[in-house]
Design a binder for this molecule. Sequence first.
Ligand SMILES: Cc1cc2nc3c(=O)[nH]c(=O)nc-3n(C[C@H](O)[C@H](O)[C@H](O)COP(=O)(O)OP(=O)(O)OC[C@H]3O[C@@H](n4cnc5c(N)ncnc54)[C@H](O)[C@@H]3O)c2cc1C
Length: 462
Amino acid sequence: MTAARQPSPTEPLVVVGAGPIGLAAAAHAHARGLPTVVLEAGGEAGASVREWGHVRLFSAWRELVDPVAERLLADTGWVAPDPDTYPDGDEWVDRYLAPLAAALDATDLVEVRLDSRVVGVAKQGRDRLVDSGREEAVFTVHVESGGVRRRLLAAAVVDASGTWTGPNPLGTDGLPALGEAEHADRIFYGIPDLSDPRVRERYAGKHVAVAGRGASAQNTLVGLAGLADAGTTVSWLLRRAGTADAFGGGDNDQLEARGALGKRAERAVAGEHVRVVTSFRTAEVVGGDDGRLTLVDADGRSVTGVDEVVVVTGFRPDLTWLSEVRLDLDPVLSSPTTLAPLIDPNVHSCGTVYPHGVAELAQPEQGLYLAGMKSYGRAPSFLALTGFEQTRSIVAAIAGDHEAAARVELVLPESGVCGGSGQFDGVPTEASGGCCGPVEPQLVTIGAPTQATGGGCGPSCG
Ligand SMILES: Cc1cc2nc3c(=O)[nH]c(=O)nc-3n(C[C@H](O)[C@H](O)[C@H](O)COP(=O)(O)OP(=O)(O)OC[C@H]3O[C@@H](n4cnc5c(N)ncnc54)[C@H](O)[C@@H]3O)c2cc1C
């Protein structure tokens, strides 16, 4: 293997996505003196977070600010939010991501380009087939901006473009259910903003089917409970045979707000306005003469009289624009193969995450890395803290500091679900006999530096 290219002003590090993890990567690159261009498809930094801006995070500010980014911001007179309070998505953008993007862009080393969508990454002059001169070749990054397509050279590429734009469909075989596209005007993908009067009107007094499980489904169920007095009823569709573990670890969750959300959702589901429909695998959406929908599952069971459907079934990465680079991805998750065993929900029902870095994220294409939510592929358990640690390690490797790249400098919270029913999608997992057998992760409480990490600490450390 040849030595990795060092980013330069003409061949910078290109970061795809100005979300929390892309900007953290740029902050680490700045701290190491690496020329960097951040390409963001949206009109502002944190464009995807803005789309769920009404949702309160279950992480406190201390877990949502990268420590190196915090140092850069501190030099600009930025006032850090109270580390023990919980922002919503809009506040995460307004109080952290937007100022961070501005601070980075004001430096000589980093440029943040908005309205710049990456539509392709390749090795210059070489499609995926060609071996010859591949390692030495620079990357070409194809970017669309204002209807014009341009090419940018890059010494290294960090893809932190997230998965928000790739929601899973209602169809439980992973393909859109029959009739799903036809009835798209009645189907919402994400967490409805019920503080918006127009959105409240859409769901008030309606029969709403909510498909999915996890924090987004919990948020949706809690939100819709607030419309019970307006006559809203809910059918909660679950693929699993029961609701065990559906509400997380409650008091045992080391992310207190995540545990509290689960408890609120459990109370919401206990209300008379909610009907839980288990073992339901949606296969078809059928429109009736009365204007209402019927959802039909693979076994022919149906949920009738549905006015609206909310789909919160997770996300999947967009790999289309990486078709000309060589990737080593897990066939199940589409995450880097080495990372997959640490995060696969078929193996780890607990939803606990493990610190990892460049060793798990590097791709066969030298200089290319997946980071952030995208690196988790279809796995649901990503935390921003994990992404900050990923970028610290990746950027250290790009800078040639392999000792720092190999270090683990992170402490992560447990979900508190371990040792529960041990089922993922109705299939027993090893968590039934205690969580996460084959891995020997370091699991310690947020904010508590340990000897094993060499005194490394969470984002609250200045
Ligand atoms: C509702 C919700 C609540 C969450 N709550 C928490 C929480 O409490 N705590 C926690 O730790 N984590 C939480 N997460 C998980 C995770 O931390 C966030 O999703 C976080 O935003 C992921 O950051 P990211 O930078 O990887 O991706 P994103 O935030 O999705 O950012 C990706 C960026 O890339 C841009 N982009 C996409 N495609 C392209 C392209 N082709 N070219 C250029 N730019 C592109 C997008 O516009 C976007 O700005 C939550 C996630 C969701 C959805």
